[in-house]
Design a protein around this ligand. Structure first.
Ligand code: UD1
Length: 433
């Protein structure tokens, strides 16, 4: 398995283009199942999860074409299979998103129950309860959710917990339901808005995306459309934290700064000078040591749980003590033990980590446990003395488009090494999709 080798101590300088958002790209690609006409999606990130989503669509019978500029065209006219298998769902939990579209257009879907997850139990009860309210029937057989429906109908749904993919699944299903659906306590994430924009472009009738109440008037069919997905705000936030941690000066390009407000506020509190333009954010730390910040994760517009590990790492070398409270996932602190092995001073109390900054981290061999934890370890390597080796980096490839190339572009000393000891080239890292 590949490893990342990082030699710390080099402040990051320069600018980096941010890729399309993974969490927009996945639901939007899957939304192609709602129409018999082609959906063209541009700014698709080059990620393992995207490969998995395209593989899933292909297995269902959709025709998938990808061009050099990372534009994907999915034609789901002929869908011959309605089953998302265990091997796919196990590698990508977002596969659950096929449930709503398949039920709405074909009246049937079988999706493997997602198993355990590194960051917590991640139930799907809200997806199922919402789809039941829309008229679907559910059974369970051999570890598979068996869902059927004659014709979905509109319903008034209150979601007990704010769920991003839960909201997306129901929103997609409701586009083809008969009548009006209201989703209350809906997720307000920018990726939900991006999906709604794409669905409206396909002829859906959705209002209120980006607020806690989404209203969907069902239509008879959706048509073809071309959509460009928004930038990945978590990738952008990760490079900005890398700039802050190394005392550097980093500009992220092709982003929507309005989607980064909660993260920018914390970076500002940490002592960074932040400026923004229409589609860029510049962070300048002027060689200063960051100050500790207090963070509590929350659904959008709150501080994203997907940035928790990175900001915890920032606190680990900052001046003072900061608290990091995780409110979304129960087991999302696996990076703490690895950071402690690098010399971080972190005391856990339930779902809060109290982090007292140390003067410097020490390089070590560490193991990535999930996507964002592995990004946090790569950033820790940038500020550590000597060399850090990060193992099991397949997690990082699920969500970061060529992280070592982009960090190198900013002046980091980071290399990917194959098991055999050879340095990997970009083109060999990913299978063609
Ligand atoms: C999405 C994102 C993920 C992000 C997370 C929270 C995608 C593909 N993934 O994941 O990167 O970390 O939002 O911002 O968009 N819950 C229930 N019942 C359910 C569903 C969820 O109780 O049926 C709970 C979860 O346990 C969790 C909370 O709701 O505590 C939020 O989870 P959710 O928003 O559903 O996460 P995902 O959509 O899986």
């Amino acid at each position: 398995m590949d490893q990342l080798i990082v030699k710390g101590g080099y402040p990051l300088h320069g600018n980096v283009r941010i890729s399309g958002a993974k969490n927009s790209g996945l639901p939007i690609l899957i939304a192609s199942l709602l129409s018999e006409y082609p959906l063209r999606v541009s700014n698709i990130p080059h990620l393992q999860d995207v490969t998995t989503a395209l593989d899933l669509l292909g297995r269902l019978g959709a025709k998938v074409e990808l061009d050099e500029s990372m534009t994907v065209e999915v034609n789901a006219r002929r869908v011959t299979n309605f089953r998302a298998t265990y091997e796919i769902v196990e590698t990508m939990r977002a596969s659950i998103l096929v449930l709503g579209p398949l039920l709405a257009r074909f009246g049937q879907a079988q999706v493997s129950m997602p198993g355990g997850c590194a960051i917590g139990s991640r139930p799907i009860g809200l997806h199922i309860a919402g789809l039941k309210a829309l008229g679907a029937k559910f059974d369970m057989e051999d570890g598979y959710i068996q869902a059927t429906a004659h014709k979905l109908h509109g319903a008034h749904i209150f979601m007990d917990v704010v769920s991003v993919t839960g909201t997306e699944n129901l929103m997609m299903a409701a586009t083809l339901a008969k009548g009006t659906t209201v989703i209350e306590n809906a997720a307000q994430e920018p990726e939900v808005v991006d999906l709604a924009d794409c669905l409206n472009g396909m002829g859906a009738c959705i209002e209120g995306a980006g607020t806690s109440k989404i209203i969907i008037d069902g239509v008879d069919e959706l048509h073809g459309h071309s959509h460009t997905i928004i930038a990945d705000r978590i990738e952008a936030g990760t490079y900005l934290v890398a700039g802050a941690a190394t005392g550097g000066d980093v500009r992220v390009r092709d982003v929507q700064p309005e989607n980064l407000v909660a993260v920018l506020e914390k970076l500002n509190d940490s002592g960074a000078h932040i400026s923004t333009g229409r589609d860029w954010v510049q962070l300048n730390m002027n060689g200063r040591r960051p100050k500790s910040v207090n963070v509590r994760t929350a659904p959008f517009p709150g501080f994203p749980t997907d940035m928790q590990a990175q900001v915890l790492m920032l606190n680990s070398i900052a001046s003072g003590t900061g608290s990091i409270t995780e409110t979304i996932f129960e087991n999302r602190f696996q990076h703490v033990q690895e950071l402690q092995r690098m010399g971080a001073n972190i005391a856990m109390n339930g779902s809060t980590a109290f982090v007292t900054g140390v003067d410097g981290l020490k390089g070590a061999r560490v193991t990535a446990t999930d996507l964002r934890a592995s990004a946090c370890l790569a950033l820790a390597g940038l500020v550590a003395t000597s060399q850090t080796v990060i193992q099991k980096i397949h997690h990082i490839d699920r969500g970061y488009n060529c992280i070592e190339e982009k960090l190198s572009q900013l002046g980091a000393h980071i290399t990917r090494v194959h098991d055999s000891g050879t340095t990997a080239s970009f083109s060999s890292l990913y299978e063609a999709v």
